[in-house]
Design a protein around this ligand. Structure first.
Ligand code: ADP
Ligand code: MG
Length: 253
């Protein structure tokens, strides 16, 4: 697969939930090894775009989906569940580690369940690798047996990032990953995200345009279930073509 081909292609995606048209025909091409931000006001459909990409519909019996989503050229909706979970990592707004499990086990469990490592040594190495990638290793290396619930909110979120990275996904989806965190933790996570794009593609949802401006390479502005404008972050923030985008980036929507 040539590396300039987008890692994710979303074509005419329409989503109805409980009869309501939540996404009204969305098209997006998400380039590889970049940070791609989806920004827009609350209720505009940002989380629904992420849920569409990783097929996280378990809690939504009333969802109807139309259109196509390709991951590395393959139809996501034709893949096995297990394959989607392997290839697409997810981090949520509220840090949700398994609270009673140790730091180590939080990162190790997915590797064990999916039989992705062959030995204890390999498991240990992969856990260390993932915690390093999430910039948590130095803070926890001497207390890997400590329960996840004993970590701070920001550390718990970096643990969730490590847990997702351990499976070596192609794409990491992040749904407002810092909105429950303080400024210092937010800064650490933002630095982590920017570093991670060397290894994979990040799609981050944010309702904070400043955050999109700080860390993303490309940005899509979503409003009322439609992509209003998409492009390189520097262009969207300095020369928006659409009046609504302009208002939004100036903080007026
Ligand atoms: P955002 O993440 O941008 O805040 P969402 O994707 O969560 O927006 O939701 C977009 C719209 O979809 C909301 O305005 C809401 O009306 C509708 N919606 C989302 N989830 C449900 C649901 N479970 N049942 C009914 N409507 C929903
Ligand atoms: Mg949301």
């Amino acid at each position: 697969m040539s590396s300039d081909k987008p890692i994710i292609e979303i074509r005419n995606l329409k989503v109805r939930i409980a009869g309501k048209e939540v996404l009204k025909g969305i098209n997006l091409e998400i380039p590889r090894n970049k940070v791609f931000a989806i920004m827009g006001p609350s209720g505009s459909g940002k989380s629904t775009i992420l849920r569409s990409i990783n097929r996280l519909w378990d809690l939504y019996p009333e969802v109807e989906i139309d259109g196509e989503i390709l991951l590395d050229g393959k139809d996501v909706y034709a893949m096995k569940d297990k394959e989607v979970r392997r290839l697409v990592g997810m981090v949520f707004q509220r840090p949700n580690p398994f609270p009673h499990m140790s730091i180590f086990d939080n990162v190790a469990i997915g590797l064990k369940m999916n039989k992705l490592v062959k030995s204890k040594e390999e498991l240990r190495e992969r856990v260390e690798w993932a915690l390093k990638k999430a910039y948590l290793w130095d803070e926890v290396k001497d207390e890997l047996k400590k329960k996840a619930s004993q970590l701070s909110g920001g550390q718990q979120q970096r643990l969730c990032i490590a847990r997702a990275l351990a499976l070596k996904p192609k794409v990491l989806l992040m749904d407002e990953p810092t909105s429950a965190l303080d400024v210092v933790s937010t800064k650490k996570i933002e630095e982590t995200i920017v570093e991670l794009k060397k290894d994979l593609t990040i799609v981050i949802v944010t309702h904070n345009p400043q955050q999109a401006a700080r860390i993303s390479d490309y940005v899509a502005f979503v409003y009322q279930g439609q992509v209003i404008e998409v492009g390189p972050t520097s262009e969207i923030f300095t020369r928006p073509k659409n009046k609504l985008t302009e208002k939004y980036v100036l903080g007026k929507v």
